[in-house]
Design a protein around this ligand. Structure first.
Ligand code: AMP
Length: 341
């Protein structure tokens, strides 16, 4: 029988616990420095020790995973640490659509897919000299919000950009994407699309705790004004959220539109887990600033199921377990080719 493998970071514990619950052998590609943590968990059958996650495309890992008939589950760390070319060159079967990860990493492709899916999005600002309102400058890829900053003018932008260059986080303007800053209630909408059932499941919602932007709101304005510190949106933790029920219909429609647009533009489409990330404004209108075309770490909150999975499944269902179940089902029906790339 097939085994399930992933990189030791992000949501590896959830993924491999879910895989074990569904009866799979589990393998973790683990940096040597992290083996102490992962050895604590009995549901991990085998640690494949590496110095760097990039070794997942090298011969030693590839043949070990092949010997174990492994399917690799991609997550944020894969995207953060590997280029799109490297991801596309992975020989081990990848759960979902590894080609759509390029669309997640590249801000322009990302915007295109969100437009194709008819998702309302904040305006993108073409260049720093066009800044005439509050904007957020974001790095490409799954940077986890680290080094993102706010600016209301070109001057302010230049100053903060230069600081990021000095800190070694970016090389120049091309490493930043400018977007209108939208304020309201942030919500990260988690979905699973099953190509086997041709059905979209809404899994849950999380909210992110980002440092230091979250801490700034606890500091009175007069003290903020005299601070030299820049804002940053580094994700530290997640917590659960439930939406007003009247907003749920729109959530499903957004998810379905995204699945449909992905099938058209990035075959074989958005199979498996994904997340639409954005803000509800004062009129309860959603604006999507981002999508993740794979499992997000915010699903870790729901290892025992979420309020929304309770409505679909009669047992605790994490996203990790749902993925494993999809693989099990596909394997039983000889349909693995529909769920991997
Ligand atoms: P992202 O990498 O696009 O997920 O952005 C990281 C974080 O930056 C988000 O979790 C938000 O807190 C914030 N953010 C990104 N884009 C916007 C936006 N257009 N308006 C307001 N906040 C944003």
């Amino acid at each position: 029988m097939t085994s399930i493998a992933t990189l030791g970071s992000h949501c590896a514990l959830q993924l491999l616990k879910g895989a074990k619950d569904e009866g799979f052998k589990t393998l973790l590609i683990c940096e040597k420095k992290r083996q102490g943590l992962y050895k604590r968990f009995k549901f991990i059958d085998e640690l494949v020790l590496v110095d760097s996650f990039l070794e997942v495309i090298e011969q030693r890992c590839t043949s070990l995973l092949e010997k174990n008939d492994s399917i690799l589950i991609p997550h944020g760390t894969l995207i953060a640490q590997m280029s799109s070319e490297q991801i596309e060159s992975i020989k081990t079967p990848v759960f979902g659509n590894k080609n759509i990860l390029r669309w997640e990493s590249d801000r322009k492709l990302k915007q295109k897919l969100m437009d194709e899916a008819n998702l309302p999005t904040p305006k993108s600002i073409p260049s720093p000299d066009a800044i005439n309102e509050l904007v957020i400058a974001k790095r490409h890829g799954a940077a986890g919000g680290k080094g993102y900053f706010l600016a209301s003018s070109e001057n302010e932008y230049n100053k903060k950009r230069d600081q990021l260059i000095k800190d070694g986080l970016i090389k120049g303007d091309n490493d930043l994407y400018l977007q209108e800053y939208t304020s309201g209630v942030l919500a990260y909408l988690q979905f699973f699309y099953s190509p086997l059932k041709n059905e979209l499941e809404f899994f849950g919602i999380d909210k992110r705790h980002e440092s230091n932007i979250e801490g700034l709101s606890r500091i009175p304005a007069e003290n903020q004004l005299s601070m030299e510190k820049f804002t940053s949106f580094n994700v530290i933790a997640n917590s659960p959220l439930v939406l007003r029920e009247s907003l749920l219909d729109e959530v499903y429609k957004m998810g379905e539109n995204f699945v449909e647009a992905s099938a058209k533009h990035v075959p074989p489409g958005m199979n498996g887990p994904f997340c639409i990330e954005g803000v509800y404004d004062e009129n309860a209108q959603f604006s999507a600033f981002e999508f993740s075309a794979r499992i997000v770490a915010g699903t870790n909150i729901f290892m025992n199921g979420s309020p929304y999975t309770t409505l679909i499944f009669d047992e605790p269902m994490s996203m990790g377990r749902r993925i494993a179940r999809e693989i099990k089902q596909a394997d039983l029906n000889n349909q693995l080719e529909y769920i991997i790339t």
